[in-house]
Design a protein around this ligand. Structure first.
Ligand code: C2O
Ligand code: CU
Length: 700
């Protein structure tokens, strides 16, 4: 993370130094007196020295980043070699000896310069061009890094950048050649008249300004999300698979152009008939609620509560939930985060349904096939609605198992902004609970915030029994060997950890790092919170024991997708700013990952930005294969929301076994709302729903 910033700083400094050097060297011919020329040349030599040192530094940072994984630097290396390394190398070969000659000429032992400087030599293209090329190259590198990261992963874009570079060098060459010839003839200072020169410079400046501002205006226009658009209009990425016949646009045109028939998301639904095993009604309404801390929240609630009611079902139950919208003008939905429901029940506005407006209702029916800790939330305007309180826990208990723990406690981490403007969290006070010693306890941690949170369980050894709802194989004790120090559990935004332990005969504290808040379990509901001694961070990559999985690192993958995440300057829906991009793009220009039912799919996440991104795929569980090239070595780690930290590369695999069009986005919902999302689409599936300013649908 630190390295990513240093690397960026180097790119900026390279541009600064080589830009100045290129500018100065181009104007040597116009410097009036010889002594000034000499000092200017000396200054340039010093600058070049710095520039070369910077280049060496850049090579070091790039190679360290490259050691994380080739994908980290693949695109930058190709470009930077041509844009920076080559010009600087040629500056060393061609320019530096000539500059040194100029300084030396005329200094014959005496302090006074006697011999005249060969003024024509000052504008030899061989002297000037390499330095100007390095200046131009580093400027282009900076622009590409800030505005077009990851774009050069595609060959076509790489070629375009290089062509522009070559063209500008060509123009500079011609300018320099003319300058050289005019000087040669007049045997003295350049005979280009200063007024001409000033005129020429201003005209070129003007052209640049016009060019840049029209590019800004056009990009701003182009980024506007149209009044109506299908969420499937993204550029299709087939993940390296040979594209089957009739592929092109049969999906986009909503028509079948080959033998395979298309199916609408509205047909991909749960069992429509049959008595549900569990039936709930959730009514979305605005309500002022009071948190345990006493803070009041103007919340958006389900059934007047925030968090909404805890829904508990048994694995295999046919669940029917009726969503009623009382008064949320923006419309609401229900999404079953992490539970692989049929696509039509997934609750994404504009993709699998229209947002449910005030007075309307919508019924979800599905079988809860996966036991574990899940949660539900509105997937309309989610960045706002989840924060305001439209979420709750969705717990699926194992089928035949009687509840295996006497105490099964859901702990949600959520932060609202309270009515007085400050932020208020669920874990802001110390909540006491009575738990008899000797009884088995399960804590279900659910992070509904936008950022990862650190939890500490203090006063007992314990196991992480499940991640994102899936049980781990042979989990071992944490806080081991004694319970004197507490491992740090870093829980992804949107992610879940289940912790299990047998209640000891002393108090146990679940906290976020301070003993003044959290949940204190004790036999009598009294007692002091134990002191927290912070231990090492829990790493799921090597926790528990391996077990056979349906596929793994060595399997053959039918499709392989890459998501390179950058922080870039861009336009999103007409607004200019810094956004998190996937493969250099923000929605709606992000790619659409295309799969066929049955495909084995690999996705690689590369985080080159400065903040963590919890990557969430709907409708499927991803098996973590490796992190930064290190294969997963513990229990199979199935996830639906994977926290990818800056400087990390994760490979995950999943089976495309749930046809539909699925969101694949960052669960920092602010990022998603700013375009950090794309879709995983099965070939042949269509959606009649639309997003855009003229619709009520705004999924993020
Ligand atoms: Cu929890 Cu797409 O969401
Ligand atoms: Cu993000």
């Amino acid at each position: 993370m630190f390295l990513i910033i240093v690397d960026l700083a180097m790119i900026f400094l390279l541009f600064l130094i080589w830009g100045i050097a290129g500018f100065r060297v181009g104007h040597l011919a116009f410097v009036s007196t010889e002594s000034r020329i000499r000092s200017s040349v000396r200054g340039n030599i010093v600058l070049l020295g710095f520039g070369v040192l910077l280049l060496l530094g850049k090579i070091v940072t790039t190679s360290i980043l490259g050691s994380i994984g080739w994908l980290f630097i693949r695109d930058t290396v190709n470009l930077q070699f041509v844009l920076i390394v080559l010009p600087i190398a040629s500056a060393l070969v061609f320019s530096v000896p000539r500059l040194l000659n100029i300084v030396r000429s005329g200094i014959n032992g005496s302090e006074q310069a006697t011999e005249a400087i060969d003024r024509a030599a000052l504008s030899t293209p061989a002297l000037v061009l390499p330095i100007q090329a390095a200046g131009l190259g580093s400027a282009m590198d900076l622009i590409l890094t800030l505005f077009f990261p990851a774009k050069s992963m595609q060959w076509s874009n790489l070629v375009v950048s290089l062509a522009i570079f070559a063209a500008v060098i060509g123009v500079l060459w011609v300018i320099q050649l003319r300058r050289f010839q005019t000087i040669d003839r007049s045997e003295g200072r350049s005979n280009i008249r200063p007024t001409h020169r000033a005129l020429r410079i201003s005209i070129s400046m003007l052209l640049v300004i016009i060019g840049v501002s029209s590019w800004f205006m056009l990009s701003s226009q182009a980024s506007r999300i149209p009044d109506r658009m299908s969420m499937m209009s993204g550029k299709m990425d087939f993940g390296g698979a040979a594209v089957t016949t009739g592929h092109d646009m049969s999906v986009m045109n909503h028509t079948a152009s080959d033998s395979s028939k298309t199916v609408s998301v509205t047909d991909l639904v749960g069992p429509q008939n049959g008595e549900p095993d569990k039936k709930f009604t959730l009514t979305a309404e605005k309500k002022t609620v009071q948190l345990p801390t006493g803070a009041t929240i103007d919340a958006w609630t389900y059934n007047g509560q925030s968090p909404g009611p805890e829904l508990r079902v048994k694995q295999g139950d046919l669940v029917e939930v009726t969503l009623v919208n009382k008064d949320i003008e923006e419309g609401v939905t229900l999404h079953w985060h992490g539970q692989n429901v049929p696509n039509g029940e997934d609750g994404v506005s504009g993709l699998t349904q229209d947002a449910v407006m005030p007075g309307q209702s919508f019924t979800y029916r599905f079988r809860a096939n996966q036991a574990g800790s899940y949660w539900y939330h509105s997937h309309q305007q989610s960045s706002e609605q989840v924060e305001k309180g439209l979420f709750g826990a969705f717990i699926v208990e194992p089928r035949n198992n009687q509840r295996s723990e006497a105490e099964d406690i859901v702990v949600m981490n959520h932060t609202w902004s309270s009515t007085n403007g400050s932020s208020a969290g669920l874990l802001d006070t110390l909540e006491r609970r009575k738990v008899a010693s000797g009884s088995p306890v399960r804590l279900r941690l659910i992070n509904t915030d936008n950022k990862p949170i650190s939890f500490y369980l203090t006063g007992t050894k314990y196991k992480v029994a499940a991640i994102d709802g899936t049980d781990l194989n042979a989990p071992t004790d944490l806080n081991a060997p004694t319970d004197l120090q507490s491992n740090r559990l870093e829980l992804a935004a949107g992610g879940r950890y289940d912790l299990t332990f047998i209640m000891p005969d002393k108090p146990v504290l679940l906290s976020t790092g301070s003993s003044a808040n959290g949940i204190l379990l004790s036999a009598d509901g009294k007692g002091a919170a134990p002191e927290i001694v912070k231990g090492p961070v829990f790493d799921p990559l090597s926790y528990g024991s391996p077990k056979t999985t349906p596929f793994g690192q060595d399997s053959h993958y039918d499709r392989e997708f890459v998501m390179v995440i950058d922080n870039k300057l861009a336009f999103f829906d007409g607004k200019f700013g810094r956004f998190h991009s996937i493969n250099g793009e923000v929605f709606p220009n992000t790619p659409m990952f295309m799969v066929k039912e049955g495909d084995l799919v690999k996705t690689t996440f590369v985080n080159r930005s400065f903040v963590p991104h919890p990557m969430h795929l709907h409708g499927h569980k991803m098996l973590v294969l490796s992190r930064n090239g290190k294969p997963a070595a513990g229990s199979p780690w199935w996830t639906d929301t994977l926290n990818v930290n800056p400087g990390e590369i994760y490979e995950v695999g999943f089976r495309a076994d749930n046809p539909g069009i699925w969101m694949d986005h960052c669960h920092n919902l602010k990022h998603a709302a700013e375009g950090m999302m794309l879709h995983l689409a099965y070939e042949g599936v269509t959606s009649p729903f639309e997003v855009g300013h003229a619709t009520q649908n705004q999924p993020e």
